[in-house]
Design a protein around this ligand. Structure first.
Ligand SMILES: Cc1ncc(COP(=O)(O)O)c(C=O)c1O
Length: 494
């Protein structure tokens, strides 16, 4: 049995209760592999005494970790770690991780929602640009025109005129597509989930970049498939490491977001897109392409989607209207040909029968008006301005040694914090206290790494707020470095 040694900083003035701080500390230690299965945690009474906190705080923290399945109490013998993550170059981890992802995300979201906090943490596009009036008018048009047909069940595959319109839209991006190959889904999120359900079984391997879209890790978690993270370089997922995984694990699916990747903002150049497809073809692995940010370039066009380069019919293309138009209408789509179409439609039917017809029809009316092009141009140019504001503010306020690459599209700045300060998770509470929130890098990783990365969605804030948010972040960092004294500090425990 290994004796647990640890250093715990607790902040009595924090908005985060002591028990949650404690639970967070142990959770991170377990996720990062500092605590291993079989390690014994100190008895609640001893730990409370050593830390100078009430025993109830420790009991609550242990209960929370127990509910998450990370530790287990054995009466008379003590409390032991049960869950852990390994860490290798290409990362394979025990999955599902019982609840850790959701709890962390929930905690983060709750703190970010506090009044006055400038939240760079979410995934929304600029809210001021959501065409609310146009939506109202489209809904009225639909209700006047279609009456009850607009509010009854729609075909599972989607409202036929909208499917036709989506096929024309993706054709304009270079994808050869017939309306029959379009499945309308509840956002792109459901498109990803349907593919995982249709192609993978429990215990199968899903290959993805590391880091990757958090929502895909959520899907892997609930569908009990094993996400295997492949490292990235400046051009996206690394093909040498990918090939090694293909050889070792015979995965059922590879998931990639080649354009304005979330969270890194990276864009995969054309040659790598082609090489990726050739590799996937060689090893006979279907490719799920996520293109939700494809149309958010600040200037010019990105390389064509993978689906446009797909000679062998091995790419499934998921996208939607959340990032470019209206996230709340939950209209996404999946482009899939061949025998898979029928299977996906059945999974969709089983999931929710259909995507709400009123929303689909209103989207159809909006898109038919031709307003999307002008709207997209406005959003892109605003995003460019916001990106410039974010990069300028990052240069001005972030600590020396912080690193980021300026994105050419999308919503996010992916920042690596310097080694000589707090991790993203440690800085988070101080940041909240200064009124700013971001997404912590570990959430996007398949193996609990990424502790020094933060993702900032500058796209959701106007330039003046961006400047102020980064100023607060810089202050939070300084504070942590200089004057922020832990209220209680003990080392080691036990
Ligand atoms: C890469 C990626 N894919 C899919 C989604 C989900 O999009 P939707 O709102 O259309 O479900 C998101 C949302 O943040 C995303 O970032």
């Amino acid at each position: 049995m290994r004796i647990v040694m640890a250093e715990i900083d607790l902040y009595k003035d924090s908005v985060e209760p002591i028990y949650q701080q404690l639970a967070r500390h142990f959770r991170m230690a377990i996720e990062s592999g500092h605590l291993l299965p079989g390690d014994r945690l100190p008895p609640t009474r001893d730990l409370a005494r050593q830390l100078g906190v009430g025993r109830i705080s420790v009991v609550n923290a242990y209960s929370q970790l127990q509910a998450e399945g990370l530790i287990a109490a054995h009466p008379g013998r003590g409390t032991y770690v049960t869950g852990a993550r390994g860490s290798t170059a290409v990362n394979v981890q025990p999955w599902p991780l019982p609840g850790t992802l959701n709890i962390s995300m929930r905690e983060m979201t709750r703190l970010a929602r506090q009044p006055g906090v400038i939240a760079f943490s979410g995934g929304t596009p600029p809210e001021e640009f959501l065409p609310v009036e146009a939506l109202r008018s489209a809904i009225n048009t639909v209700l006047d025109r279609d009456g009850a047909a607009a509010v009854t069940y729609e075909e599972s595959e989607g409202y036929p005129p909208l499917r036709q319109q989506v096929s024309e839209h993706v054709t304009s991006l270079g994808i050869q597509c017939h309306a029959d190959e379009v499945l309308i889904t509840g956002g792109a999120q459901q498109a990803l989930d349907l593919v995982v359900q249709a192609l993978l079984s429990e215990g199968d391997t899903l290959v993805t970049s590391n880091p990757t879209y958090l929502g895909m890790l959520d899907i892997a978690h609930v569908r009990r498939v094993i996400p295997v993270g492949v490292p990235m370089d400046e051009h996206g997922i690394r093909l040498d490491a990918l090939e090694a995984v293909f050889q070792e694990r015979r995965p059922g699916l590879i998931y990639v977001a080649p354009t304005y990747h979330n969270p890194t903002g990276k864009i995969m150049p054309l040659h790598r897109r082609r090489q990726l497809l050739a590799l996937a073809h060689h090893y006979d692995v279907p490719v799920l392409e996520d293109a939700v940010y494809h149309e958010l370039s600040y200037s010019g066009s990105p390389p064509p989607p993978l689906k446009a380069l797909d000679e062998y019919g091995q790419v499934l293309h998921a996208s939607g209207y959340s990032k470019i138009l209206l996230p709340g209408t939950r209209i996404g789509y999946l482009i899939a040909g061949g025998a898979l179409r029928e299977r996906l439609a059945r999974v969709k039917q089983a999931a929710d029968v259909c995507t709400p017809g009123l929303n689909q029809r209103a989207m159809y009316v909006y898109l038919s008006s031709g307003a999307l092009t002008g709207h997209l141009n406005r959003v892109r140019s605003e995003l460019r301005a916001r990106c410039e504001a974010a990069c300028a503010a990052a240069r001005r306020y972030l600590p020396e040694g912080a690193r980021w690459a300026e994105p050419s599209g999308g919503l996010y700045l992916w920042v690596e914090l310097p080694e000589d300060g707090p991790t993203a998770a440690e800085l988070y509470v101080s940041a909240i206290q200064h009124g700013v929130a971001y997404a912590i890098g570990t959430l996007f990783h398949t193996d609990g790494s990424g502790g020094r990365f933060i993702r900032l969605n500058f796209g959701s804030q106007p330039p003046a707020r961006i400047e102020e948010g980064f100023r607060r972040l810089g202050e939070a960092w300084q504070d942590w470095q200089t004057s922020y004294q832990p209220a209680v500090r003990r080392t080691p425990i036990l």
